[in-house]
Design a binder for this molecule. Structure first.
Ligand SMILES: Cc1cc2nc3c(=O)[nH]c(=O)nc-3n(C[C@H](O)[C@H](O)[C@H](O)COP(=O)(O)O)c2cc1C
Length: 235
């Protein structure tokens, strides 16, 4: 059976594999709902929810690394919620986000890969911008030293860092401590948000940086720090 992907699932377009067709459908759905008009190249994510079914304590207690995923799509709401928890803006200025960041400098960039391609998350607009087309989860698994369970995740959230944003102010301390600390805060948010949504996830840190960079299609000034495969846990 073909794996139904995040965005295909949302748009109920199981037979339409093309990213541009899918984007058009989602953009039309937004237009109909009366939301502000969107650039048709981008995918506007639904407003994040500030209420969940679990308490924070329950989410912490239930969190476990999940590496076996069911063939079950995620909704656009769920994807948006996960990305908001990673890097979403939660304050009156763009540096006030879901995770703390040394100096409010926010060196992290966030991507999501699914069977249709790679998308860059834009926190200011809470939307996705397509970066690459095609199912690259196999390439990502290979880049992660053949951790094949990555191919079974419905989507993978990738966190990269532009170190210069932080080292410009903090130098070596920024490189050795603050940037990885920022990434860990963001990753923990995703993991707990996944639990709160009834999903499973695992933080993956073992991979070849250059190979992951190539899969994501990012430039040399972005360092991949974490891959977080997400899906409905099996069993
Ligand atoms: C920095 C870091 C890197 C990790 N890298 C991987 C990885 O590459 N592959 C993997 O399957 N799990 C990875 N894990 C998950 C750990 O194996 C897992 O957290 C640990 O076994 C404890 O299990 P738990 O998460 O269920 O509590 C990583 C965890 C951390 C914190």
């Amino acid at each position: 059976m073909t794996r139904r992907t995040v965005l295909r699932g949302v748009a109920a377009m199981t037979s339409m594999a093309s990213v541009s067709a899918r984007r058009g459908r989602i953009a039309m759905a937004h237009d109909k709902s009366g939301s502000p008009s969107t650039d048709r190249c981008d995918i506007q994510l639904p407003k994040p929810s500030l209420k969940g079914k679990l308490t924070l304590e329950e989410a912490i207690a239930r969190r476990r690394s999940v590496r076996e995923f069911a063939d079950h799509p995620l909704s656009l709401e769920e994807v948006g919620q996960l990305l908001w928890a990673t890097e979403g803006i939660t304050g009156h200025a763009s540096y006030l986000r879901a995770h703390p960041s040394a100096g409010g400098l926010h060196p992290l960039e966030v991507y999501v890969l699914d069977a249709d391609g790679v998308f860059h998350y834009e926190p200011e607009k809470h939307r996705l911008r397509p970066v690459r087309e095609g199912d690259l989860r196999g390439d990502l698994a290979k880049a992660a030293h053949r951790q094949w369970f990555i191919t079974d995740a419905v989507c993978v959230i990738a966190i990269t860092a532009v170190y210069a944003r932080t080292t410009g102010k903090y130098g070596d301390r920024g490189r050795m401590r603050y940037v990885p600390m920022d990434a860990a805060h963001a990753a923990q948010n995703v993991l707990l948000q996944a639990v709160a949504l009834g999903l499973g996830a695992v933080p993956v840190g073992a991979f070849d940086d250059e190979a992951v960079r190539a899969v994501l299609g990012v430039s040399a000034n972005e360092v991949p720090l974490y891959l977080i495969p997400v899906g409905k846990g099996r069993g």
